[in-house]
Every structure is written in structure tokens, then in C-alpha cells.
Ligand binder design. Structure first.
Ligand code: AMP
Length: 500
């Protein structure tokens, strides 16, 4: 049996003792500080027990040193980490605490008011993160890598969020795939701006950095001006973000004076890699980013259930609009609706196998069973392959529109609509229709001072899209509905159309 593989993270940290691990609003902390703090936190959680034996510990701590010390403390005590989202309202926090059947709830003082009553009414142990750090250290258990390590809740499109359970082994596989593909080393310095209740921030940025012995500089939240200032400071080598963050950074660059723009652009030359993921990266954003920073964003594809699966190369050509090829130790195949493999040029659902694939949906054996076919995880994402390079067409449930016998990709239509000089952003959906099955509808955010009619859009689109792909309904919005990760919430867009 593979023993304490998860705590490779701890063993590796010991080799970097005096190297800075986390730079955050609380201060600068070395790997030694992180090891010491997480041992104290673990001792506090144990509270006289020898091992938490997979008890769930839900924690709500803003991105920073205390977050990392708590996460490691849970793992070192043998618990399962259940990170909560700082943007979630009380009912959602309550749902996750109940669904995960957490025994311990840890809160940063800013969230004590929300979490204490939830914990107290359920008789759960409630701790402030400051309390956990002051504990005297006790002997910690040995943890088998097959054990459950973390439950991340994913926002389901139609159902309540499901808890995605990853073992220590899964996490190790997800992290080592990226450390090797993107060549993380102890000399790296990542600027971390992502929420820490989601795989992107937890695995790709924070845990990869700590695995590699690198520095993780954490901003409590994303702030475009602050990010540019940190880039200009000249230490950052790596940056990971979602497309909306790159859009905001571009806006901040455009708002700056020519002299400032020059400084901002030059700052990026010192970085070695900038990554985009969690949603499709519009090609015009990739192009604009390249123009102002000289970096071709590396786009990758992944999911909470599988970690990262596909990535453009670190060295070599990155194809705009595509997500590259399988990462190390990730098996990928694409199938039709009957489960038969499809030819490269034919759209097919992505199925994934490998050590990074999650263990189960927490407490939902039927949903877990439905998610797998012959040992392959069915992602629900549709893709094409051209010359070994994958292109995501969207989620089969919301982005593949079935209209008049055709199957069209909402992502493809969005990419075309974004080239309209008056359109700032858009979200394309299918709306149920008796004649066509579904009709193509587009929610639009327009550039300042612009107006748009359906007729005007349709006559512009006729030159650029096949007739069946042209939206037959539009809705102009000030903002598209997005989640905490900045992803457009298409079910909400559908609701907005239904209301009009
Ligand atoms: P999450 O589990 O929240 O990370 O969401 C995963 C989903 O985000 C995937 O199933 C895809 O639908 C979508 N996704 C992630 N990366 C990309 C990408 N580069 N392009 C298009 N969709 C993506």
C-alpha cells in the first residue's frame, strides 16, 4: 500500500525550510513557518484524538497564510478539507456544512458572525483560525495516500452543488502533472489572485507552488491595478487566471497613460508563463494580451472532477482557441452519444481516465456511478481534435444547441459575435422551440454608447455565420450573470430570456 504519499508535500517542504513560501497580507512566511503553523493547527483539530479519520473540517478563510496553514493542518491531522467560498451567502455555506457532515468549522474572524450560529445550532466544534494557531504541537498521524483529502463543491447547472472528493493520491497526480508540464521549480514566484474554494486556485496555483518549493504571493482578492503593480515589482515569474481577469487587466492597461502602459508591458517580459483556464479564452483577448505583454497565453482545460486534462505546450506552438493535448498521466478519448469513439474531425464527448480523476461525489453513489462509463469519467464537454490539438465546443448540456437538425456550438457563435465592433461580451444559449427544437439566442453586453437591434445583428451575422447559427433572439444586458470564478451562468441567462 502506498504510504504517506500525500505528505510528500510536507517532506518536500522540509527541503525548503528557510525559503519564502507565502507572501500575503499577514506577512512573509517560510516553509518552516508553514510546517510549524500547520502542525499546531493539526494538533488543535486532533484535540486529544490520534487521527481525525476523515472527519470533515469546513473552513472559511480568505486567501493568505492562514488558509494554507489550515488546509495543511487538516491534512496532517487526517481530516478532509472542505474549503468554503468567501462570496457565498449563509444558506449556501449552511448547505455545504450540512451536506459534507462537517464536524469542525473554522472561520476567519470576518466570517465568525455567519458561521458560528450554523456550527452552534448543529453542535459542531467552532474555531477561529487564530485559536488553532496557538496550540502546542502533538504527534501527528501517518496518512495513507489513498485516503480522502478534500471535498470541493461544484455548482451544478441544474441540481444542488455536489461535493467532489479527491484523495491525497488524486491531488498528488493533479499537481505533479502540472509541475512537470509547466516546469515549476523552487525559483518560481506565482502571483495568486484566484478564489480558494475552487480547483484552479487550490491546485494549479497554491498547491503547485508549495509542491515545487516556490513562492506564492497571495492577494486577498483580485484587483487589476494591484496586479499590475506586482508585475512591475519584477519578481513574479508565473500567473494563472480566468479569462475575465485578463479582460479586466487589459481594461486597466488601456486606462493607463502611455508612460504607465510602457512600464506595465515591460514588467511582463520578465515573466516566464501566463496561463488561462476554467472557461473558454476568447481569441481577441489572447491577441490583445499578446499585443500588450508579448505573452501568448497558455490555455488549458480541466474540471474539478479530473484536475487538468489538456494543455497547450509550455514550449512550442500554442493554438489560439484550442486547449492543447493531454497532460502527463491523463488518458483522453472522445465518444458519440452511444459511447463509440469518434474520428478526430467529429465532435465527441471528452472521457478521462487517470490517477488525477476524483474518487466519488460525496454521499451520492448514484451520481458517481452515472458519471463513469467503463471506468472512464464522462466530462459532459464536447470537443474536436485537429492535428492532435483539442478544441472545446462547450458543455453538452448548455453549449451544444440542437436547432433544425443541426448541432451547433454556442462557443463558436460567441467567438464570431465578439468580433462585432459594438459587442463587448456575449453568451449564446439554446431556447426551447416547437419548430426548431431549439433556437439560437444571444445575451449581449454592448460597448459604451452602442445600441443593437435584432435585425442589425442578423444582417451583420449573415456574412459570417451559417443561417442556422444566426441568433433569432437577443437580449441586451448591462452585465452577464457570472459565478465567483467569473464564469457565465447560462441557466441564469436562459431565465432572463424566459422573463422577457
Ligand atoms: P470547474 O469544475 O468549475 O473548473 O468547471 C469545469 C468546466 O469548465 C469544464 O467542464 C468546461 O466546461 C469548462 N472549462 C474549463 N476550462 C476550459 C477551457 N479552457 N475552455 C472551455 N471550457 C473550459
Amino acid at each position: 500500500m502506498s504510504k504517506i504519499i500525500n505528505l510528500s508535500l510536507i517532506a518536500l517542504a522540509q527541503a525548503h525550510h528557510d525559503h519564502a513560501a507565502i507572501i500575503a497580507s499577514e506577512g512573509i512566511f517560510t516553509y518552516r513557518d508553514l510546517l510549524d503553523a500547520s502542525a499546531r493547527v493539526a494538533s488543535c483539530f486532533l484535540n486529544g484524538e490520534d487521527d481525525l479519520r476523515e472527519k470533515r473540517v469546513a473552513f472559511l478563510i480568505p486567501p493568505g497564510f492562514h488558509y494554507a496553514a489550515t488546509q495543511w493542518g487538516i491534512w496532517r491531522a487526517g481530516g478532509i478539507a472542505v474549503p468554503l467560498c468567501v462570496f457565498h451567502p449563509q444558506p449556501e455555506l449552511q448547505y455545504i456544512i450540512d451536506d459534507s457532515r462537517a464536524s469542525i468549522v473554522v472561520a476567519h474572524p470576518d466570517f465568525a458572525k455567519v458561521l458560528r450560529p450554523i456550527a452552534e445550532t448543529r453542535g459542531l466544534r467552532f474555531l477561529l483560525n487564530s485559536q488553532t494557531l496557538s496550540q502546542t504541537k502533538v504527534a501527528l498521524p501517518q496518512i495513507d495516500a489513498q485516503r480522502r483529502a478534500m471535498i470541493i463543491y461544484t455548482s451544478g447547472t441544474t441540481s444542488k452543488p455536489k461535493g467532489v472528493v479527491a484523495t491525497h493520491k488524486n491531488i498528488q497526480a493533479q499537481v505533479t502533472a502540472l509541475v512537470s508540464a509547466w516546469e515549476w521549480t523552487a525559483n518560481d514566484h506565482v502571483l495568486h489572485v484566484l478564489p480558494l474554494h475552487h480547483i484552479h486556485g487550490i491546485i494549479n496555483s497554491l498547491t503547485c507552488a508549495l509542491w515545487a518549493g516556490a513562492k506564492c504571493e497571495i492577494l486577498p482578492k483580485f484587483d487589476a491595478e494591484e496586479v499590475w503593480r506586482r508585475f512591475a515589482a519584477g519578481n513574479v515569474t508565473l500567473f494563472m487566471a480566468v479569462p475575465t481577469i485578463y479582460v479586466k487587466l487589459i481594461e486597466a492597461w488601456e486606462a493607463a497613460s502611455p508612460a504607465q502602459q510602457k512600464i506595465m508591458s515591460e514588467a511582463c517580459v520578465r515573466m516566464r508563463l501566463m496561463v488561462s483556464g476554467s472557461a473558454a479564452l476568447p481569441i481577441h483577448v489572447l491577441e490583445k494580451w499578446q499585443e500588450i505583454t508579448n505573452h501568448v497565453l497558455l490555455e488549458r482545460y480541466g474540471m474539478t472532477e479530473i484536475g487538468m486534462a489538456l494543455s497547450n505546450p509550455l514550449h512550442g506552438q500554442r493554438v489560439p482557441g484550442c486547449v492543447g493535448a493531454p497532460l502527463p498521466n491523463v488518458e483522453v478519448k472522445r465518444v458519440d452519444e452511444n459511447g463509440n469513439a469518434v474520428a478526430p474531425g467529429t465532435p465527441g464527448e471528452i472521457l478521462i481516465k487517470g490517477p488525477g480523476v476524483f474518487l466519488e461525489y460525496w454521499g451520492k453513489p448514484d451520481a458517481t456511478k452515472r458519471a463513469f462509463r467503463d471506468g472512464w469519467f464522462c466530462t459532459g464537454d464536447i470537443a474536436m481534435v485537429e492535428n492532435g490539438v483539442y478544441r472545446i465546443l462547450g458543455r453538452s448540456s448548455v453549449d451544444i444547441i440542437k436547432t433544425g437538425g443541426y448541432k451547433v456550438s454556442a462557443l463558436d457563435i460567441e467567438e464570431v459575435l465578439r468580433t462585432h465592433p459594438q459587442i463587448k461580451e456575449c453568451a449564446v444559449i439554446g431556447i426551447a422551440d416547437e419548430t426548431w427544437g431549439e433556437r439560437v439566442a444571444a445575451a449581449l453586453m454592448l460597448k459604451p454608447g452602442c445600441v443593437m437591434t435584432l435585425d442589425a445583428l442578423r444582417s451583420w451575422a449573415k456574412e459570417r455565420l451559417a443561417a442556422y447559427k444566426i441568433p433569432s433572439r437577443i437580449l441586451v444586458l448591462d452585465e452577464l450573470p457570472r459565478n465567483a470564478m467569473g464564469k457565465v451562468q447560462k441557466p441564469q441567462v436562459t431565465k432572463l430570456f424566459k422573463r422577457t
